[in-house]
Design a protein around this ligand. Structure first.
Ligand SMILES: [Zn+2]
Length: 387
């Protein structure tokens, strides 16, 4: 396949994927999976769908290698976020349009651009005259935008790979780390009383204000910790609610906190640190303090010297003429599922700009797509020749 044909093929596939509305929630990933199934079928590549929920499959395509040893997995997600405010879109988010050298539509960069590029890469790899030394797998996974259930299902069943390229928009820079996230909610229960007699009650809002001030200080202290790839941890108040009756002392107040943590911190260590702070505060407040912790992802950091990182940087440099940097991916993605939970060396790398994701008029530069196919293909080839 020459360059022009690749560009055309990956664009066509991306158009069909964007039109396959797979908004999560509810998901409907089967629509996007069917587009890929058609594509693999047309090129006589073996694939299978593994349903995690009804209408919500992972789709897997596997190319055998000369040896049966664990190989390399190329993966990205089938689901996209809601289009939200349609008035802010200049085109229909699910009817892709090519203009000004870009393709517009929901999922163009997050992450159907990467998904299409990876699928085309599989076809290109299958067309090689010589078989690759080890197997290469492709997985389009469901449920990434809400907790990574598809990737978790994939590793539970055992995927037979030792290293992973995760397709998310990085402009083909090589991400080797990301932060973890913990949701924390804290309730303070006071005692209601008539607002004309505030001393009779315990005002949960006032107590929460004191706690929030304390947590602000803790948040500042967290900023002193730093990781060279992911930066500093953070603590952000996202929701506060309390009281309810205009003439009563507030009996209850709840705050929701988004805590991002860096490699070296774990959900357990984050929770312990927070609980220590809360138990100190509990001794100083007349209110009752309760907390709930919901870890949604873990932090991950890979070695910058791993052969996959070397292979990817070399591949992209050959393709673009510029050596890509390594960096910490700033958003949440499935990297921790493969990297931290399954302990596979993982990089995140794909076409498109992250700042255009999850927004109206999401788009991707057309020239990035073919380049991504060639970048992925060379990465696979270099990885196997070095490893
Ligand atoms: Zn994504």
């Amino acid at each position: 396949m020459n360059t022009l044909l690749i560009d055309q093929e990956v664009e066509e596939l991306l158009f069909r994927l964007i039109a396959a509305r797979s908004v999560n929630p509810p998901g409907d990933e089967v629509r996007a999976a069917k587009v890929l199934a058609d594509y693999f079928e047309k090129h006589r590549l073996p694939f299978r769908m593994e349903f995690v929920e009804p209408d919500r499959p992972n789709i897997i395509c596997e190319l055998e290698g000369k040896s049966n040893k664990p190989g390399l997995l190329l993966t990205s997600h089938l689901d996209v976020v809601e289009a939200d405010d349609l008035k802010s879109w200049t085109t229909d988010p699910f009817d892709p349009v090519a203009k000004e050298g870009r393709i517009f539509g929901r999922g163009a960069c997050d992450a159907k651009g990467a998904l299409a590029s990876m699928a085309v890469t599989m076809v290109r790899l299958a067309q090689r005259t010589e078989r690759l030394p080890r197997r290469v797998l492709f997985a389009g996974v469901m449920g990434e935008e809400k907790g990574g259930r598809g990737s978790k299902a994939l590793i539970r069943r055992g995927i037979g790979a030792e290293a992973v390229i995760l397709g998310e928009p990085t402009e083909m820079q090589v991400g080797i780390a990301h932060k973890g996230r913990m949701g924390i909610s804290v309730d303070i229960t006071g005692r209601e009383a008539h607002a004309s007699q505030p001393k009779e009650g315990i005002n949960a809002i006032s107590e929460m204000a004191r706690l929030i001030a304390r947590l602000e200080e803790y948040g500042k202290a967290l900023e002193q910790k730093t990781d060279e790839l992911t930066g500093s941890p953070s603590l952000t108040f996202t929701t506060v609610s309390g009281g309810g009756k205009r003439t009563s002392v507030a009996g209850k107040c709840t705050v929701e906190i988004d805590r991002r943590f860096i490699p070296g911190e774990t959900p357990e260590s984050v929770q312990m640190e927070f609980c220590r702070l809360l138990s100190q505060f509990s001794k100083e407040t007349p209110g009752k303090v309760e907390s709930r912790f919901t870890p949604t992802s873990q932090a991950y950091k890979g070695s910058p010297r791993h052969p996959l990182v070397t292979a990817a940087r070399r591949a992209v440099e050959e393709e673009t003429g510029a050596r890509p940097g390594i960096f910490g991916f700033p958003a949440s993605c499935d990297m921790y599922v493969f990297g931290t939970m399954a302990r596979m060396a993982t990089i995140v790398m794909g076409p498109g700009q992250l700042e255009l994701a999850h927004r109206p008029n999401e788009s991707i530069a057309r020239e990035e797509l073919g380049r991504a196919v060639r970048g992925y293909q060379r990465t696979v080839e270099h990885f196997f020749s070095e490893g």
